[in-house]
Design a protein around this ligand. Structure first.
Ligand code: TXA
Ligand code: MG
Length: 325
């Protein structure tokens, strides 16, 4: 299959309506869209990404009024959260409608819905007029993509088209909130923090809270990993460059390394916002540069920093560590 690069929203909508796969920019990361009502399209989508079939997809809609295309009901807490943060980087998990094919939700009776804020993405969803399942547009397990060039790197020949219109982006995937139980449960951190949610619905809790545990199936699988190992450090003082003699090391973080440290590929970020925006692209660029491993300074703090730290820990294969590969 040849992957076309396109810049017309109407062309992208037409391919989606015919059961094709189209990648498009959102304000979080690029998504890979497919008709959420078509078992055939969804099967192709899982195959293109190499995604495990037990990891459910988020259904994207152009506005709140469309929720019935995907969900049976909109509990009041979910409505409050959507009204406060949508269009935007939040996904609410709701009771699933029978219109959505079972493979989208990995057989679960719940469905995640999201209304992206990026103008081109919303226009695409409006013109297509159908519920669009869209996981991040990367090979399963790899870092998400924030440029169309990275999408092409992973998915060339596996999908029908990439809509190359860019969008300003947060750089981390949406906050996922389960609204199927008595209280909202935060399943995946993102730009919308637990504090933000609690301002709207004070009972909202972290899903790891033992009193409230309900799991997000996708979190079991490896995520955000380049082909070389990622090592998390808290501060450059923790790092003794003699440990990496003869190896090509990439480094990213908010502190700039001093001259004595010999890194072959470096990126310094001046704020948590730019760190989140550029993190995945840095991992991919370091990977392309052929380094032996990637040293990542952990983000510290609440909100977006906590969401970035979650992705950094997963990129490093689990919990934060300072061990050499
Ligand atoms: O920002 C985003 O959310 C991006 C853009 C493209 O919208 N999409 C994205 O999709 O990150 P994906 O497939 O990479 O991640 C979906 C996450 C997984 O952690 C999955 O387990 C969770 O959402 N999820 C989806 N449906 C769910 C459900 N019914 N119950 C629990 N978790 C669900
Ligand atoms: Mg993903």
């Amino acid at each position: 299959m040849q992957t076309r690069l396109i810049d017309q929203i109407s062309d992208a909508a037409e391919i989606l309506r015919r059961g094709g796969l189209v990648a498009f920019a959102t304000e979080t990361v690029f998504g890979l869209g497919a008709d959420a009502r078509s078992g055939e399209a969804i099967e192709r989508l899982f195959a293109a990404k190499g995604r495990p079939s037990d990891n459910p997809l988020i259904v994207h809609l152009s506005d709140m009024a469309q929720y019935r295309l995907a969900a049976r009901e909109l509990p009041p807490m979910a409505e409050k959260i959507l009204r406060a943060f949508s269009p935007g980087p939040v996904t609410v998990v709701l009771p699933k409608s029978s219109e959505i094919c079972p493979s989208v939700t990995a057989g679960l009776d719940s469905v995640g819905i999201r209304i992206p804020a990026a103008a081109a993405a919303r226009e695409l969803l409006r013109v297509a007029g159908i519920p669009i399942a869209a996981p991040s547009a990367n090979l399963s397990g790899r870092p998400s993509c924030t440029t169309w060039q990275s999408v092409l790197e992973d998915l060339d020949g596996r999908i029908d088209a990439i809509l190359t219109l860019p969008a300003p982006h947060v750089g981390l995937e949406s906050t996922v909130v389960d609204c199927t139980g008595p209280i909202p449960l935060l399943l995946r951190p993102g730009a919308i923090s637990l504090d933000d949610l609690q301002r709207i619905v004070p009972t909202a809790r972290q899903s790891s809270d033992p009193a409230a545990s309900r799991a997000s199936p996708g979190l079991r699988h490896p995520h955000y990993q380049p082909s070389v190992p990622v090592v998390l450090i808290h501060a450059l003082d923790d790092w003794d460059s003699r440990q990496a003699e003869g190896q090509a090391v990439a480094y990213c973080g908010m502190d700039l390394p001093s001259g004595s440290q010999n890194f072959s590929f470096i990126q310094q970020f001046d704020s948590v916002e730019t760190y989140a925006q550029g993190f995945y692209e840095f991992l991919r660029a370091a990977d392309r540069a052929g380094v032996d491993f990637i040293l990542v300074q952990s983000a510290r703090g609440p909100g977006l920093a906590a969401a970035l730290f979650d992705r950094q820990s997963r990129a490093a294969g689990g919990a934060a560590n300072c061990e050499l590969p």
